[in-house]
Design a binder for this molecule. Structure first.
Ligand code: SF4
Length: 698
């Protein structure tokens, strides 16, 4: 019998609902779920091609030890034994998990519980560190919690949508479709795109500001000063609900209009026009993504944006607010379970003894980590220098995606014990594993994800588990039991884990913690199977707000106020004749991460078939490169050779290259091998958008 199952797309943070149909002959087809509030039936090219990526070619289907097939028990025993041995000989901080925004919340929850509550280290970090950790740090500084105030409907309700560091058309395509439809029906709605490149998103913009790399703090500081001097500040709101305005204004005033123009690369008229538009439009939403986050000043950029919304009281109301758009399907779920090395579970704070005690008592945990663990870049440094001796990587491919990727590969080669859980047998990362554990893929696994607007949706299985592949949470729980933690890891299903996760969020939560889905603490299997997409906060009698955060002007700092954060524009990188170009890394429309899934679809590969670098015609002429020539790009960290795409959409002096390809697709194609391990001092997020390189015809 043919069957249809409602599930969620596994790619970007939009979190679109998908209906998967399995016909009698086993053929799978997908369509958008018209009832899902994220997409109302829409899908983008990646989501539409999901059925083309489900074959078992290249799948890892059995555990392996040292390249030979092994049984589950033998593999799990070995993992537990080697982790216990390292902990006994070198302490809990000698082991680490590097996980992923591709994991389901239930997988993430068990990984975080094992590491932070039972191993007693906070050395669990995630590829979400590379994606949105600057937003997390900025939210916590401003709001006292990692609360995303935005909702997708804000893009339709706003009169001005500012997109900064966000190529929405390619990276969050269904949100772009919603925005474009809203603008078509209300042509008076304005869209401003702030991006060094003239992206496809800029094609619907009323104003495109081709900002200099890392010019965002200066731009939003200039906006704060303009709003203040033009009398657009909401003084009542600032007095009643915030602290620190004077300090933020003083910091923002450091640059005059000439200085702003120099720091942003924008003409004074462009600055004045943008400032005036923001000033005179009440309903403004400012969306930002990796162009803001992936910077050595990423957290300051986030706070510069939030400062402007706090100053005008444009937050917590329909069609208004700062809005971080997460890259991955479950970056938000990972944040909810505390999957970042500097967070505890359920949005609790690892540095607060009250929160550590609450988590300890809830879990019955012997050893809750008492300090933040190593963030991604530092974690791989610790692997490289031998401090970490046992590493478990789940659902991610850091040899392609981490900055300084060649050094990351060398670190894995030298690490005494590497476990990789993945769906594929042969990736740049699995090649360095001592133990390989086969995981379930999309359509086979079962759990929940949270999208960028805090909406929790089910991913449901509609295919049988192939051969010996198993859920990531099951692998973790089985290792935990073998490490002696049977009682706390007796979960029999993802439904049980979700119920425990929900219960922890509500445990002793008096409303001073933003994340509370405790209403689901007693959910049973049947209710979990039927769970409709829902957004938190959920209306309930005792909730201070209903549905929308900050509607009542109450924030999560102890005094209930939001904080303005004084931020100053970073110094521009000094001109270097040896490295004259600035490389900006990013994505293409039809591929996802390191292409382990989208690379299977010929249709998706037809859009852009090979690694490339965008270069402005004047720069191409200077270095003697024509369209489609091969170009060698070098940074102090590495070298790639990719094809030239000569286009005036790229600003002179700047290059753009996508991060998807690896050395299997083309020789020397790993773009992240060029990116130095420079990180934001607050978030630890790598600066992947502003890399000094040289380029020459190959
Ligand atoms: Fe999937 Fe994102 Fe496309 Fe939606 S917009 S179908 S979640 S990739």
């Amino acid at each position: 019998m043919a069957c249809e199952v409602k599930t969620t797309c596994p790619y970007c943070g939009v979190g679109c609902g998908v209906i998967a149909r399995v016909d009698d002959d086993g053929a799978v087809s997908v369509k958008g779920d018209p009832e899902h509030p994220a997409n109302f039936g829409r899908l983008c090219s990646k989501g539409s091609a999901l059925a083309e990526t489900l074959d078992l070619d290249g799948r890892l289907l059995h555990p392996e030890i040292g390249g030979r097939r092994a049984g589950w028990n033998e593999a799990l025993e070995l993992v537990a034994e080697r982790f216990l041995q390292s902990i006994a000989e070198h302490g809990p901080d000698s082991v680490a998990f590097y996980v992923s925004g591709q994991l389901l919340t239930e997988d993430y929850y068990v990984a975080n519980k094992l590491m932070k509550g039972f191993i007693g280290s906070a050395n669990i970090d995630t590829n979400s560190r590379l994606c949105m950790s600057s937003s997390v740090a900025g939210h916590r500084r401003a709001f006292g919690s990692d609360t995303v105030p935005g909702m997708y409907e804000d893009l339709e309700l706003a009169d001005l949508v500012v997109l900064t560091g966000s190529n929405l058309a390619w990276c969050h395509p269904v949100l772009y479709q919603r925005l474009a439809a809203a603008k078509a029906s209300r042509p008076e709605m304005k869209v401003v795109v702030i991006d060094p490149r003239q992206t496809m998103t800029a094609d619907i913009a009323d104003m495109h500001l081709a900002i200099a790399p890392d010019g965002d703090v200066a731009l939003f500081n200039g906006l704060l000063v303009h709003l203040t001097t033009s009398g657009a500040i909401d003084q009542n709101y600032v007095s009643a609900h915030t602290t620190g305005f004077a300090e933020a204004f003083a910091a923002a005033s450091a640059l005059n209009l000439d200085g702003l123009s120099a720091a942003t690369g924008l003409a004074q008229k462009q600055l004045r026009d943008f400032f005036r538009l923001f000033e005179t439009t009440e309903k403004v939403v400012t969306c930002y993504s990796q162009g803001v986050n992936q910077s050595s000043a990423g957290t300051d950029k986030v706070n510069a944006i939030i400062n402007c919304h706090l100053a005008t009281g444009r937050i917590g109301r329909p069609g208004m607010g700062p809005f971080s758009l997460t890259g991955q399907p479950n970056a938000m779920g990972g944040r909810e379970v505390g999957g970042l090395a500097n967070m505890l579970a359920a949005h609790m704070d690892i540095e607060k003894s009250l929160h550590r005690d609450q988590v300890r008592r809830f879990w019955g945990a012997p050893a809750v980590a008492s300090k933040p663990g190593l963030k991604a870049v530092d974690m791989f440094r610790a692997v490289a220098d031998g401090r970490i001796k046992a590493l478990w990587i789940m659902a991610t491919n850091p040899v392609v995606s981490m900055p300084d990727a060649d050094v990351v590969e060398a670190a894995l080669k030298a690490c005494p014990f590497v476990v990789v859980s993945d769906i594929l047998r042969d990736t740049d990362t699995t090649r360095h594993a001592h133990v390989l554990l086969p995981s379930l893929g999309w359509g086979e696994k079962d759990g929940t994800v949270t999208n960028s607007e805090r909406r929790i949706s089910r991913q449901r299985a509609f295919l049988d588990a192939p051969e010996e592949a198993s859920a990531d949470w099951w692998q973790l729980a089985e290792v935990a039991r073998r490490m002696g933690f049977s009682e706390a890891f007796g979960h029999a299903s993802s439904a049980e884990i979700f119920a425990e996760h929900a219960a922890l969020s509500g445990f002793e939560n008096d409303g001073r913690r933003d994340f509370d889905i405790g209403a689901h603490a007693s959910i049973d299997r049947a209710a979990y199977d039927c769970l409709e997409p829902f957004q938190w906060p959920q209306p309930k009698e005792t909730a201070p707000q209903e549905g929308r955060f900050f509607a009542d002007g109450r924030f999560y700092h102890p005094d209930g106020r939001a904080c303005f954060v004084p931020v100053q524009a970073p110094k521009a990188r000094l001109a270097d004749d040896a490295l004259p170009f600035t490389l900006n890394t990013g994505r293409v429309r039809d591929h996802w991460h390191t292409m382990t899934r989208t690379g299977k679809s010929a249709r998706l590969s037809a859009h852009i078939a090979e690694p490339f670098v965008e270069i402005h015609p004047s720069d191409a002429q200077t270095i003697g490169v024509a369209d489609a020539d091969l170009v060698r790009i070098e940074s102090p960290c590495g070298t790639v050779i990719v094809r030239a795409l000569v286009t005036a959409r790229q600003a002179p002096g700047n290059l753009f290259a996508a991060m998807h390809w690896n050395d299997q697709f083309a020789s020397k194609a790993r773009i992240d091998a060029l990116v130095p391990p420079i990180t934001d001092p607050f978030s630890g997020q790598p600066a992947s958008k502003n890399v000094a390189v040289k380029a020459a015809r190959f």
